[in-house]
Design a protein around this ligand. Structure first.
Ligand code: ADP
Length: 495
């Protein structure tokens, strides 16, 4: 027998669970303990000596109060004992006898891991409940594993998670079909079972791309779904109603703007087109008057007629410019690759006389250095002709014009063309104004023109999705920069 008893003690010492036998009264001195029990007592001789062991003592007292024959065990999940608040033990205390005296047998199972897992899950749930996106998880067997608070806010008719956990997916769909809930899919009304099956197929083959849908409650949802490698389904829904409203409003405004722009252009076109005819008549009769009656009435009449002819001619130029301005973009030709070498060559051919008259030097990069851009060839010639023409026209009176065209990469998809002159320059205060229609900085008596050249240039650049700006130092010269889309993406390393 003694031999057997030793074997049992050895066995109990192997157990990771603390086992203690104490006397059945305060201070509950320890009569016997296995290794784990001794470690728990940490050198203390009685339960009452353990710091912060009130709950454990109460458990032992409850057990001691029960008659030993009843064998009724008292249980409790306690933190500690002692000051080790991280440790959680499930205690079983039972009255017994030891050396013929009343005693209490205490056995503890460490449940710290369980408690930590529960705490981590609680934290995770709190976190998932606090996000505005609805989250739902179905297990590999299509039963509910989890959904968060936002999910229930969206699907308010679905009972709490505690009641839904483990319920099949079909039940969830069925709940959404019970009146007065309306599912927008007509199949839900005509053939509910087919609808449930359709939804289940989606559960097994989630959409690889996020998609938007309009709910029966009149809201927009963005849905993302996927299956985890273990075969669980994750669905996430975000309410994007506000964003959609803003987007809708924006696209409505863009449409209205485009429409009013179109009307305005149509108006400018028709007005300038129809004004030409009566003006032509006025001009020709004025010219007739001038030819026939010059020197026949009196010198004052001659002067009046001359002013009238001048005014009519100027009006004709303005109307022609306006017509040209309103014609930009009317061709509706799609943008295509255009060789800038050809554009510059054509623009300079058109300006050949001006270049010669001004004894000007125009430096253009060699053809091989000029790239292709996306654009309309006719409009691009017009654009560069206007800029080069201005560079020659607004020359400095004391030196022959030198105009330099250069090109550089801008980002990976654009080219920047710069036209630099050594002319009179522009005050920075006027940098924005010069691109407006009919805005000029000089009187006609100094420089001819109507003030439309740069407005046309800007309209062409805008239509090409590009940018135009000027840099200048009055008295030294100006540089106009034009950024246009490259026909091909630029090779890496450039830009
Ligand atoms: P216009 O030449 O018919 O007056 P633009 O629209 O081409 O009309 O130019 C507007 C104004 O910008 C011009 O009146 C001129 O004062 C100024 N400007 C344009 N280009 C230059 C330039 N290269 N150097 C100096 N001033 C310029």
């Amino acid at each position: 027998m003694p031999h057997n008893r030793d074997t049992f003690r050895d066995l109990l010492d192997q157990l990771p669970q603390p086992v203690l036998v104490t006397a059945a009264a305060q201070p509950f001195p320890v009569l016997w303990a296995n290794d784990a029990g001794r470690a728990l007592m940490d050198g203390h001789a009685a339960l009452a000596e353990l710091p912060e062991a009130e709950a454990l003592l109460a458990l032992a007292e409850d057990a001691a109060a029960a008659p030993a024959e009843a064998k009724e065990a008292v249980r409790g999940r306690l933190q500690g004992p002692g000051s080790d608040r991280r440790r959680w033990l499930d205690w079983t205390a039972q009255a017994t006898r030891w050396d013929d005296g009343p005693a209490v047998r205490l056995v503890a199972v460490d449940v710290t891991r369980d408690m930590e897992a529960q705490r981590a899950e609680r934290l995770l749930r709190e976190a998932l409940d606090s996000i505005p996106d609805a989250l739902v998880l179905f297990d590999t067997d299509d039963t509910v594993l989890f959904f968060n608070k936002a999910y229930r806010d969206f699907f308010w008719y679905i009972p709490p998670l505690e009641q839904m956990r483990g319920r099949p997916f079909d039940d969830v769909v069925r709940l959404s079909l019970t009146p007065p809930r309306v599912v927008t899919d007509p199949l839900a009304r005509t053939d509910p079972q087919a609808y449930i099956e359709k939804r289940r197929r989606r559960l097994h083959n989630p959409s690889p791309e996020p998609f938007e849908l309009f709910t029966a409650e009149g809201r927009w949802h963005l849905v993302r779904e996927r299956r985890t490698p273990e075969g669980r389904f994750i669905g996430i829904r975000s309410d994007i109603t506000d964003r959609k409203r803003v987007e809708e409003r924006l696209s409505q405004l863009v449409k209205e703007l485009a429409e009013s722009n179109r009307e305005l252009e149509q108006f400018a076109y028709v007005a300038s087109h129809d004004l030409q005819e009566p003006l032509r008549m006025i001009t020709s009769y004025l010219q007739l008057l001038e030819r026939r009656y010059r020197g026949r009435i009196d010198p004052t009449a001659d002067e009046f007629i001359r002013h009238a002819v001048d005014g009519a001619a100027r009006m004709q130029r303005l109307i022609q410019d306006l017509l040209e301005y309103s014609r930009i973009g009317r061709s509706g030709r799609p943008m295509a690759p255009v060789a800038m070498a050809a554009v510059l060559r054509q623009a300079l051919t058109n300006l050949r006389l001006t270049v010669e008259e001004n004894n000007a030097t125009v430096v253009v990069p060699p053809d091989g250095d000029l790239p292709e851009v996306l654009g309309d060839p006719g409009e691009l010639v017009r654009l560069f002709q206007n800029l080069l023409g201005n560079a020659l026209k607004y020359r400095h009176p004391e030196r022959p014009p030198v105009v330099t065209v250069s090109v550089a990469a801008e980002g990976g998809h654009h080219w920047r063309f710069s036209i630099a002159d050594n002319g009179i320059g522009i005050d920075a205060a006027h940098f924005d104004r010069i691109f407006l229609i009919f805005q000029r900085l000089h009187g006609r008596e100094h420089y001819s023109g109507t003030g439309i050249g740069l407005a046309i240039a800007k309209k062409i650049v805008d239509r090409h999705g590009g940018r135009i700006r000027v840099e200048s130092e009055p008295g030294r010269g100006s540089t106009f920069h034009v950024v246009l889309a490259a026909a091909d993406p630029l090779p890496p390393g450039i830009g």
